[in-house]
Design a protein around this ligand. Structure first.
Ligand code: PLP
Length: 392
């Protein structure tokens, strides 16, 4: 066995601190807000074990948990999403866990259920379908990147006898497009597909859209009849600085009826066993510490920055686009010189930046400047004059 000698870790923490601060300003491609911080929680954070094992509705034997606050967090998110009083939920380790919980609940109710989701849904969905051994039908997207409801209706019609789980996305990972949930419900109604679940993956846009609805963008929350569950990430809009999420059901899932485990004294209703009690505190600070109006102001600020970014990029010849509600501005893949300096995810058709609250107009100015320089170099080297049009 290798013996681990104790080390002085101070210099490492210092180096990492500098590295993360320096890298942070160039990181405009992923949707993690970092404007809300948690220095006031440092004591609790650094010196206390907090384990929310089991059901948030049932404390269990242990006392070192934050389940009372977890329920408040679930209720605050459920209120924002217009969930009825019959709601049920818990704090997950991310949107992916919430979606998995909803899929598992659907499979328990309807063992023959087929999952339907658009080609622009999150890449983890295919893995979840495989893990849960549920068939997944991938639906095409329209020009805006939203699920093609006519294509969905066609696929539903081919399997009318089977239960359907539709995962609607708000918004998609690359373009922040929002699926038309009322139209999805209407398509199911038309075909009398009553054995169905409609789960909204609102990882990034679920809360912003519910807080500040945008003209022409359909509702994606529980105000839409037929939505059975929804999930949001905590580390995206709510700036928890570590991965977590909040899952909300309209009515309790089947798992909620599970009996108590004698060892923990609480029912095993979540996907994970032990669960962080710290992320709940951060969610609470973000939601209750700022309050609804401050979060609405954050949404408007992000949208304003995104409008600015889109216009600035277009002015230098970049074919940039955004949806009316979106923090995301997407454009054709930029030259590699740019992505070496800036954290900008790209596939072969599209790249994007996401104007989270900490992204400033001067960050955008620097990015646009570097984009222009990189395109100029490209032209000198005989490359394309302008990046190709984004597909969405
Ligand atoms: C549409 C969508 N769903 C799910 C996820 C994954 O969320 P989480 O990291 O909270 O599991 C993302 C992350 O970018 C996303 O864009």
């Amino acid at each position: 066995m290798t013996i681990i000698e104790p080390q002085d870790l101070g210099p490492l923490w210092e180096r990492l601190g500098h590295q993360f601060t320096d890298d942070g300003r160039q990181n405009i491609g992923f949707p993690g807000a970092t404007d809300i911080t948690f220095d006031d929680l440092a004591g609790l954070w650094a010196g206390t074990l907090l384990n929310n094992i089991g059901s948030p509705y049932d404390g269990g034997h242990g006392r070192n948990h934050t389940k009372g606050i977890e329920l408040q967090v679930v209720n605050m998110v459920a209120d924002i999403l217009s969930a009825p009083p019959s709601r049920w939920g818990y704090v997950t380790d991310g949107a992916t866990e919430g979606t998995e919980h909803a899929l598992l609940d659907a499979r328990r109710r309807f063992p023959d259920a087929v999952i339907y989701a658009s080609a622009a849904a999150h890449y983890m969905l295919a893995e979840l379908a495989e893990k849960l051994m549920m068939p997944l039908v991938v639906i095409g997207v329209d020009d805006g990147g939203r699920i093609d409801v006519a294509d969905l209706a066609g696929e539903l019609a081919r399997r009318r006898d089977r239960a359907a789980v539709i995962v609607a996305v708000a918004g998609t990972t690359m373009a922040e497009a929002v699926d038309d949930v009322p139209a999805i419900v209407a398509a199911c109604d038309r075909m009398s597909i009553n054995r169905r679940r409609i789960h909204v993956d609102g990882a990034l846009s679920g809360l912003p859209l519910a807080l500040v609805p945008a003209d022409g963008v359909p509702r994606v929350d529980f105000s839409v009849r037929g939505v059975t569950s929804a999930v949001v990430s905590g580390h995206k809009f709510l700036s928890t600085l570590e991965p977590c999420g909040v899952l909300v059901y309209r009515e309790p899932p089947l798992a909620a009826a599970a009996g108590r485990v004698s060892y923990t004294g609480t029912a095993s209703v979540t996907l994970a066993g032990s669960r962080s009690g710290h992320t709940t505190l951060k969610l609470y600070k973000s939601l209750a510490g700022l309050g609804t109006e401050a979060h609405r102001a954050r949404v408007r600020h992000c949208r304003d920055t995104a409008v600015y970014a889109c216009e600035r990029l277009r002015r230098v010849g970049v074919d940039a686009h955004r949806h009316p509600h979106a923090f995301t501005v997407y454009f054709p893949p930029p030259p590699p010189e740019l992505t070496q300096r800036w954290v900008v995810p790209a596939d072969d058709r599209c790249a994007h930046l996401i104007c989270m609250p900490q992204v400033t107009r001067s960050d955008i100015d620097r990015f646009v400047h570097d984009f222009e320089v990189a395109m100029g170099k490209r032209r000198l080297l005989g490359g394309r004059r302008k990046p190709a049009m984004a597909a969405t």
